[in-house]
Design a protein. Structure first.
Length: 351
Protein backbone atom coordinates (compact mmCIF):
# COMPACT_ATOMS: atom_id res chain seq x y z
CA UNK A 1 0.00 0.00 0.00
CA UNK A 2 1.50 3.29 -1.09
CA UNK A 3 0.48 6.80 -1.90
CA UNK A 4 -0.40 7.42 -5.55
CA UNK A 5 2.70 6.80 -7.69
CA UNK A 6 2.95 10.46 -8.70
CA UNK A 7 2.64 11.77 -5.14
CA UNK A 8 4.98 9.11 -3.76
CA UNK A 9 7.59 10.05 -6.37
CA UNK A 10 7.33 13.76 -5.59
CA UNK A 11 7.54 13.10 -1.85
CA UNK A 12 10.65 10.99 -2.38
CA UNK A 13 12.21 13.69 -4.53
CA UNK A 14 11.49 16.33 -1.88
CA UNK A 15 13.06 14.21 0.85
CA UNK A 16 16.21 13.68 -1.22
CA UNK A 17 16.47 17.39 -2.00
CA UNK A 18 16.10 18.27 1.66
CA UNK A 19 18.68 15.67 2.68
CA UNK A 20 21.15 16.94 0.09
CA UNK A 21 20.88 20.42 1.60
CA UNK A 22 21.44 18.98 5.06
CA UNK A 23 24.54 17.12 3.88
CA UNK A 24 25.94 20.34 2.47
CA UNK A 25 25.15 22.30 5.64
CA UNK A 26 26.72 19.67 7.88
CA UNK A 27 29.76 19.00 5.67
CA UNK A 28 32.07 21.05 7.95
CA UNK A 29 31.60 18.40 10.64
CA UNK A 30 33.72 16.02 8.57
CA UNK A 31 33.43 12.54 7.08
CA UNK A 32 32.65 10.78 10.37
CA UNK A 33 29.11 12.12 10.06
CA UNK A 34 28.56 10.46 6.67
CA UNK A 35 27.33 7.15 8.08
CA UNK A 36 24.89 9.02 10.33
CA UNK A 37 23.38 10.92 7.41
CA UNK A 38 23.33 7.74 5.34
CA UNK A 39 21.29 6.15 8.13
CA UNK A 40 18.88 9.10 8.02
CA UNK A 41 18.40 8.56 4.30
CA UNK A 42 17.85 4.84 4.87
CA UNK A 43 15.30 5.50 7.62
CA UNK A 44 13.09 7.57 5.32
CA UNK A 45 13.47 5.41 2.22
CA UNK A 46 10.63 3.19 1.05
CA UNK A 47 7.57 2.84 3.20
CA UNK A 48 3.95 3.53 2.35
CA UNK A 49 4.12 7.37 2.30
CA UNK A 50 0.74 7.03 4.00
CA UNK A 51 0.89 10.10 6.22
CA UNK A 52 1.98 12.25 3.29
CA UNK A 53 -0.95 10.91 1.25
CA UNK A 54 -3.46 11.77 3.97
CA UNK A 55 -1.96 15.24 4.44
CA UNK A 56 -2.30 15.91 0.72
CA UNK A 57 -5.88 14.59 0.79
CA UNK A 58 -6.67 16.99 3.65
CA UNK A 59 -5.38 19.85 1.51
CA UNK A 60 -7.67 18.84 -1.34
CA UNK A 61 -10.72 18.34 0.91
CA UNK A 62 -9.99 21.68 2.58
CA UNK A 63 -10.18 23.47 -0.75
CA UNK A 64 -6.49 23.86 -1.49
CA UNK A 65 -5.91 25.14 -5.02
CA UNK A 66 -3.08 26.17 -7.27
CA UNK A 67 0.49 24.89 -7.41
CA UNK A 68 0.85 22.20 -4.76
CA UNK A 69 4.66 22.18 -4.62
CA UNK A 70 4.52 23.64 -1.11
CA UNK A 71 1.87 21.22 0.17
CA UNK A 72 3.76 18.23 -1.21
CA UNK A 73 6.86 19.41 0.61
CA UNK A 74 4.84 19.96 3.81
CA UNK A 75 3.33 16.49 3.45
CA UNK A 76 6.79 15.01 2.88
CA UNK A 77 7.95 16.46 6.21
CA UNK A 78 5.72 13.91 7.94
CA UNK A 79 7.94 11.16 6.53
CA UNK A 80 10.78 12.40 8.74
CA UNK A 81 8.41 12.23 11.71
CA UNK A 82 7.44 8.69 10.77
CA UNK A 83 11.09 7.70 10.36
CA UNK A 84 11.90 9.16 13.77
CA UNK A 85 9.08 7.21 15.41
CA UNK A 86 10.18 3.95 13.79
CA UNK A 87 13.84 4.37 14.79
CA UNK A 88 12.89 5.06 18.40
CA UNK A 89 10.22 2.34 18.39
CA UNK A 90 12.76 -0.26 17.30
CA UNK A 91 15.09 0.78 20.13
CA UNK A 92 12.28 0.57 22.68
CA UNK A 93 11.11 -2.83 21.43
CA UNK A 94 14.62 -4.18 20.76
CA UNK A 95 13.45 -5.02 17.23
CA UNK A 96 16.42 -6.07 15.14
CA UNK A 97 14.85 -5.70 11.70
CA UNK A 98 12.88 -3.06 9.84
CA UNK A 99 11.57 -3.55 6.30
CA UNK A 100 13.71 -6.64 5.87
CA UNK A 101 16.95 -4.88 6.86
CA UNK A 102 18.75 -4.34 10.18
CA UNK A 103 16.99 -1.74 12.30
CA UNK A 104 18.98 1.47 12.76
CA UNK A 105 20.36 0.58 16.20
CA UNK A 106 21.31 -2.89 14.98
CA UNK A 107 23.03 -1.47 11.88
CA UNK A 108 25.06 0.97 13.99
CA UNK A 109 26.10 -1.89 16.30
CA UNK A 110 27.16 -4.02 13.33
CA UNK A 111 29.27 -1.15 11.98
CA UNK A 112 30.92 -0.77 15.40
CA UNK A 113 31.83 -4.46 15.54
CA UNK A 114 33.11 -4.59 11.98
CA UNK A 115 35.31 -1.53 12.59
CA UNK A 116 36.77 -3.07 15.73
CA UNK A 117 36.08 0.03 17.82
CA UNK A 118 36.35 0.08 21.61
CA UNK A 119 33.39 -0.11 23.95
CA UNK A 120 30.08 -1.94 23.76
CA UNK A 121 28.75 -2.13 20.18
CA UNK A 122 25.15 -2.47 21.35
CA UNK A 123 25.38 0.58 23.60
CA UNK A 124 26.88 2.51 20.71
CA UNK A 125 24.09 1.35 18.42
CA UNK A 126 21.40 2.38 20.88
CA UNK A 127 22.95 5.79 21.48
CA UNK A 128 23.41 6.47 17.78
CA UNK A 129 19.83 5.44 17.00
CA UNK A 130 18.41 7.71 19.71
CA UNK A 131 20.36 10.61 18.25
CA UNK A 132 19.22 9.65 14.75
CA UNK A 133 15.58 9.68 15.83
CA UNK A 134 16.09 13.08 17.43
CA UNK A 135 17.63 14.44 14.22
CA UNK A 136 14.78 13.10 12.09
CA UNK A 137 12.22 14.69 14.41
CA UNK A 138 14.03 18.01 14.09
CA UNK A 139 14.01 17.69 10.33
CA UNK A 140 10.24 17.15 10.30
CA UNK A 141 9.77 20.56 11.91
CA UNK A 142 12.34 22.26 9.72
CA UNK A 143 11.01 20.88 6.45
CA UNK A 144 7.45 21.79 7.40
CA UNK A 145 8.38 25.37 8.36
CA UNK A 146 10.35 25.86 5.14
CA UNK A 147 7.83 24.15 2.84
CA UNK A 148 7.07 27.38 0.99
CA UNK A 149 3.86 28.56 2.63
CA UNK A 150 3.51 32.07 4.01
CA UNK A 151 4.37 32.37 7.71
CA UNK A 152 0.73 32.97 8.62
CA UNK A 153 -0.32 29.76 6.88
CA UNK A 154 2.40 27.78 8.63
CA UNK A 155 1.35 29.31 11.96
CA UNK A 156 -2.28 28.24 11.65
CA UNK A 157 -1.33 24.66 10.74
CA UNK A 158 1.56 24.14 13.17
CA UNK A 159 -0.67 23.40 16.22
CA UNK A 160 -1.87 20.24 14.45
CA UNK A 161 1.72 19.12 13.93
CA UNK A 162 2.55 19.92 17.56
CA UNK A 163 -0.46 17.95 18.78
CA UNK A 164 0.44 15.05 16.52
CA UNK A 165 3.92 14.78 18.02
CA UNK A 166 2.67 14.98 21.59
CA UNK A 167 0.00 12.36 20.98
CA UNK A 168 2.24 9.80 19.32
CA UNK A 169 4.90 10.05 22.05
CA UNK A 170 2.27 9.80 24.77
CA UNK A 171 0.64 6.85 23.03
CA UNK A 172 4.03 5.17 22.78
CA UNK A 173 4.50 5.62 26.52
CA UNK A 174 1.10 4.04 27.21
CA UNK A 175 2.19 1.12 25.04
CA UNK A 176 5.42 0.81 27.04
CA UNK A 177 3.48 0.84 30.32
CA UNK A 178 1.16 -1.86 29.01
CA UNK A 179 4.10 -4.10 28.19
CA UNK A 180 5.66 -3.46 31.61
CA UNK A 181 2.45 -4.33 33.45
CA UNK A 182 2.05 -7.42 31.28
CA UNK A 183 -1.67 -7.17 30.75
CA UNK A 184 -4.15 -4.79 29.19
CA UNK A 185 -7.89 -4.53 28.80
CA UNK A 186 -9.46 -4.04 25.39
CA UNK A 187 -10.27 -0.45 26.36
CA UNK A 188 -6.68 0.29 27.37
CA UNK A 189 -5.33 -1.33 24.22
CA UNK A 190 -7.72 0.75 22.11
CA UNK A 191 -6.52 3.92 23.84
CA UNK A 192 -2.98 3.07 22.79
CA UNK A 193 -4.19 2.40 19.24
CA UNK A 194 -5.96 5.74 19.08
CA UNK A 195 -3.06 7.89 20.25
CA UNK A 196 -0.01 5.93 19.13
CA UNK A 197 -1.28 5.24 15.64
CA UNK A 198 -4.78 6.31 14.58
CA UNK A 199 -4.48 10.04 15.13
CA UNK A 200 -0.84 10.19 14.10
CA UNK A 201 -1.33 8.17 10.92
CA UNK A 202 -4.60 9.54 9.57
CA UNK A 203 -6.38 12.24 11.57
CA UNK A 204 -3.60 14.74 12.23
CA UNK A 205 -2.09 14.52 8.72
CA UNK A 206 -5.56 15.20 7.30
CA UNK A 207 -6.01 18.11 9.72
CA UNK A 208 -2.60 19.48 8.81
CA UNK A 209 -3.39 19.50 5.09
CA UNK A 210 -6.83 21.00 5.69
CA UNK A 211 -5.39 23.74 7.91
CA UNK A 212 -2.85 24.65 5.24
CA UNK A 213 -5.76 25.02 2.83
CA UNK A 214 -7.65 27.26 5.27
CA UNK A 215 -10.48 24.81 6.01
CA UNK A 216 -13.02 25.69 8.68
CA UNK A 217 -14.13 23.75 11.78
CA UNK A 218 -16.92 21.88 9.95
CA UNK A 219 -14.41 20.33 7.55
CA UNK A 220 -11.93 19.51 10.32
CA UNK A 221 -14.66 17.78 12.34
CA UNK A 222 -15.88 15.83 9.31
CA UNK A 223 -12.34 14.66 8.61
CA UNK A 224 -12.10 13.40 12.20
CA UNK A 225 -15.31 11.40 11.82
CA UNK A 226 -13.69 9.58 8.90
CA UNK A 227 -10.09 9.56 10.10
CA UNK A 228 -10.33 8.08 13.59
CA UNK A 229 -12.02 4.82 12.51
CA UNK A 230 -9.68 4.50 9.52
CA UNK A 231 -6.65 5.05 11.75
CA UNK A 232 -7.86 2.53 14.31
CA UNK A 233 -8.58 -0.04 11.61
CA UNK A 234 -5.11 0.59 10.18
CA UNK A 235 -3.48 -0.25 13.52
CA UNK A 236 -5.71 -3.27 14.16
CA UNK A 237 -4.61 -4.60 10.77
CA UNK A 238 -1.04 -3.97 11.90
CA UNK A 239 -1.74 -6.04 15.01
CA UNK A 240 -2.92 -8.94 12.86
CA UNK A 241 0.13 -8.70 10.62
CA UNK A 242 2.42 -8.55 13.65
CA UNK A 243 1.29 -12.05 14.59
CA UNK A 244 0.07 -13.66 11.38
CA UNK A 245 1.89 -11.68 8.66
CA UNK A 246 4.28 -13.18 6.13
CA UNK A 247 7.84 -12.09 7.06
CA UNK A 248 8.76 -11.97 3.36
CA UNK A 249 6.10 -9.28 2.93
CA UNK A 250 6.16 -7.45 6.29
CA UNK A 251 9.96 -7.33 6.54
CA UNK A 252 9.85 -8.41 10.20
CA UNK A 253 10.28 -11.87 11.76
CA UNK A 254 7.10 -13.87 12.30
CA UNK A 255 5.67 -13.34 15.77
CA UNK A 256 7.83 -10.34 16.66
CA UNK A 257 4.92 -8.64 18.42
CA UNK A 258 4.55 -11.73 20.61
CA UNK A 259 8.24 -11.76 21.52
CA UNK A 260 8.03 -8.07 22.43
CA UNK A 261 5.01 -8.72 24.64
CA UNK A 262 2.89 -6.10 22.91
CA UNK A 263 -0.47 -5.71 24.68
CA UNK A 264 -2.47 -5.26 21.49
CA UNK A 265 -6.22 -5.34 21.07
CA UNK A 266 -5.78 -8.78 19.49
CA UNK A 267 -4.00 -10.05 22.61
CA UNK A 268 -6.55 -8.37 24.90
CA UNK A 269 -9.39 -10.14 23.06
CA UNK A 270 -7.54 -13.45 23.42
CA UNK A 271 -7.04 -13.00 27.17
CA UNK A 272 -10.68 -12.04 27.64
CA UNK A 273 -11.82 -15.27 25.98
CA UNK A 274 -9.09 -17.68 27.05
CA UNK A 275 -9.51 -20.74 29.25
CA UNK A 276 -7.10 -21.20 32.16
CA UNK A 277 -4.95 -23.46 29.99
CA UNK A 278 -4.96 -21.00 27.09
CA UNK A 279 -4.16 -18.09 29.41
CA UNK A 280 -1.20 -20.05 30.76
CA UNK A 281 0.07 -20.51 27.20
CA UNK A 282 -0.22 -16.78 26.59
CA UNK A 283 1.48 -15.93 29.89
CA UNK A 284 4.33 -18.32 29.14
CA UNK A 285 5.08 -16.99 25.66
CA UNK A 286 4.24 -13.30 25.51
CA UNK A 287 7.30 -11.15 26.09
CA UNK A 288 9.79 -14.01 25.70
CA UNK A 289 12.49 -12.74 23.31
CA UNK A 290 13.60 -16.34 22.66
CA UNK A 291 10.16 -17.54 21.63
CA UNK A 292 10.63 -20.39 19.15
CA UNK A 293 8.69 -20.73 15.89
CA UNK A 294 6.83 -23.68 17.42
CA UNK A 295 5.82 -21.57 20.43
CA UNK A 296 4.71 -18.77 18.11
CA UNK A 297 2.48 -21.26 16.31
CA UNK A 298 0.96 -22.41 19.63
CA UNK A 299 0.09 -18.83 20.58
CA UNK A 300 -1.37 -18.24 17.14
CA UNK A 301 -3.56 -21.31 17.69
CA UNK A 302 -4.75 -19.90 21.01
CA UNK A 303 -5.61 -16.58 19.39
CA UNK A 304 -7.57 -18.34 16.66
CA UNK A 305 -9.25 -20.84 18.98
CA UNK A 306 -10.44 -18.18 21.42
CA UNK A 307 -12.10 -16.35 18.55
CA UNK A 308 -9.91 -13.30 19.11
CA UNK A 309 -8.74 -13.15 15.49
CA UNK A 310 -12.30 -13.39 14.17
CA UNK A 311 -13.42 -10.73 16.64
CA UNK A 312 -10.65 -8.38 15.55
CA UNK A 313 -11.63 -8.81 11.91
CA UNK A 314 -15.17 -7.88 12.93
CA UNK A 315 -13.82 -4.80 14.70
CA UNK A 316 -11.94 -3.79 11.56
CA UNK A 317 -15.04 -4.25 9.40
CA UNK A 318 -17.13 -2.17 11.81
CA UNK A 319 -14.56 0.64 11.75
CA UNK A 320 -14.51 0.60 7.95
CA UNK A 321 -18.30 0.95 7.97
CA UNK A 322 -18.08 3.95 10.33
CA UNK A 323 -15.53 5.61 8.07
CA UNK A 324 -17.65 4.94 4.99
CA UNK A 325 -20.70 6.47 6.68
CA UNK A 326 -18.72 9.63 7.43
CA UNK A 327 -18.09 10.12 3.72
CA UNK A 328 -21.68 11.28 3.33
CA UNK A 329 -20.93 14.39 5.40
CA UNK A 330 -21.13 17.50 3.18
CA UNK A 331 -17.44 18.52 3.36
CA UNK A 332 -16.33 14.98 2.44
CA UNK A 333 -18.97 13.85 -0.05
CA UNK A 334 -17.32 15.45 -3.14
CA UNK A 335 -14.11 13.58 -2.27
CA UNK A 336 -15.68 10.28 -1.21
CA UNK A 337 -14.00 8.21 -3.93
CA UNK A 338 -10.50 9.44 -3.07
CA UNK A 339 -10.99 9.02 0.68
CA UNK A 340 -12.58 5.59 0.25
CA UNK A 341 -9.61 4.47 -1.82
CA UNK A 342 -7.15 5.76 0.78
CA UNK A 343 -9.04 3.94 3.54
CA UNK A 344 -9.02 0.67 1.63
CA UNK A 345 -5.31 0.94 0.88
CA UNK A 346 -4.58 1.68 4.54
CA UNK A 347 -6.60 -1.20 5.96
CA UNK A 348 -6.69 -3.95 3.34
CA UNK A 349 -2.99 -4.62 3.13
CA UNK A 350 -0.51 -7.39 3.72
CA UNK A 351 2.43 -5.29 4.95
Amino acid sequence: MTASPDLATRVGDDLRTFLAAQRERLAPLGPRLDSFLDAAEEAASGGKRLRAAFCHAGWVVGGGTGDDVAVTRAAASLEWLQASALVHDDVIDASMTRRGRPAAHAAFAIAHREAGWTGDPDAYGTGAAILLGDLLLSWADEMFRTSGFAPAVVARATPYLDTCKSEVVSGQFLDLVGQAIGESSVDEALRVVRYKSAKYTVERPLHLGAALAGAGPETVDALSAYAVPVGEAFQLRDDVLGVFGDPAVTGKPAGDDLREGKQTVLVAHAYARASLEQRAELDLGLGDPDLTPAAVDRIRDVIRDTGALARLEEDIADLEERAAAALSLPPLAPHAATLSDLAARAVRRSA
